[in-house]
Design a protein around this ligand. Structure first.
Ligand SMILES: C[S@@+](CC[C@H](N)C(=O)[O-])C[C@H]1O[C@@H](n2cnc3c(N)ncnc32)[C@H](O)[C@@H]1O
Length: 213
């Protein structure tokens, strides 16, 4: 099998990455779990949640974190995961396969919610990388804005919103809006986020529902 330079680099990185090793040892599907675990440790975004929506959920690392957290809970929250790619089932997770950019997916998601408000919207959605930083940034911003629009319409008062953002210059407007809608807006670069990546997470807490009613 002929490997390209970039796939050789990827393989070398996978073989030496401590988070990949830790994820394997702990039975997680991917190293991304350590990003959510760090965010949760620092900001307690999941505390008291009754409904959590995980956007861009496949292969299922973040959903595994949610499922494990509530496995022994007497009244676990409704945990809904959405991805355009398939995902192997995880007990406790309701998985919806569909493109979040498309209306039918949003309609199915609304059906699952049955007019209830959501406490936490997580978005780890990422476009297929083109390798061109500006293009990847713009494609990512489209996904972040869709997640944010969904959050605006469906979050409960005091809700939390977490989204992966590839920094690239056009995220300023969204951040200004978020600061009006939430009590606190933080930028987080978890240790498991590769230093060379332009990825950061926006963590917004204390949604002000009344602004929209
Ligand atoms: C970095 S991965 C998410 C990893 C996940 N958080 C985990 O822990 O396993 C990004 C995901 O976003 C999904 N995605 C990208 N665009 C999407 C869209 N328009 N609708 C739904 N999912 C999307 C991709 O299919 C991909 O699975």
């Amino acid at each position: 099998m002929v490997r390209t330079e970039s796939s050789k680099r990827w393989l070398r990185r996978q073989q030496t990455d401590p988070f990949v090793k830790q994820a394997r040892a702990e039975g997680y599907r991917c190293r991304a779990v350590y990003k959510l675990l760090e965010i949760e440790t620092r900001y307690k975004i999941l505390q008291g949640a009754r409904i959590i929506v995980d956007l861009g959920a496949s292969p299922g690392g973040w959903s595994q974190v949610l499922a494990r957290k509530y496995a022994a809970h007497p009244q676990p929250p409704l945990l809904i995961a959405v991805d355009k790619l398939p995902m192997h089932a995880i007990p406790g997770i309701t998985f919806l396969q569909g493109d979040f950019e498309e209306e039918p997916t949003l309609c199915l998601l609304k059906d699952l919610l049955r007019e209830q408000f959501v406490d936490v919207v997580l978005s780890d959605m990422a476009p297929n990388a083109t390798g061109h930083a500006k293009t990847d940034h713009l494609k990512n911003m489209v996904l972040v804005e869709s997640a944010y629009n969904f959050a605006m319409q469906n979050l409960a008062n005091n809700g939390r919103f977490v989204a992966k953002v590839f920094q690239g210059g056009t995220e300023g407007h969204l951040l200004t809006t978020l600061k009006k809608d939430f009590e606190k807006v933080m930028h987080v670069k978890p240790k498991a986020s590769r230093p060379e990546s332009r990825e950061v997470y926006v963590v917004a807490t204390g949604f002000r529902k009344l602004r929209f009613s």
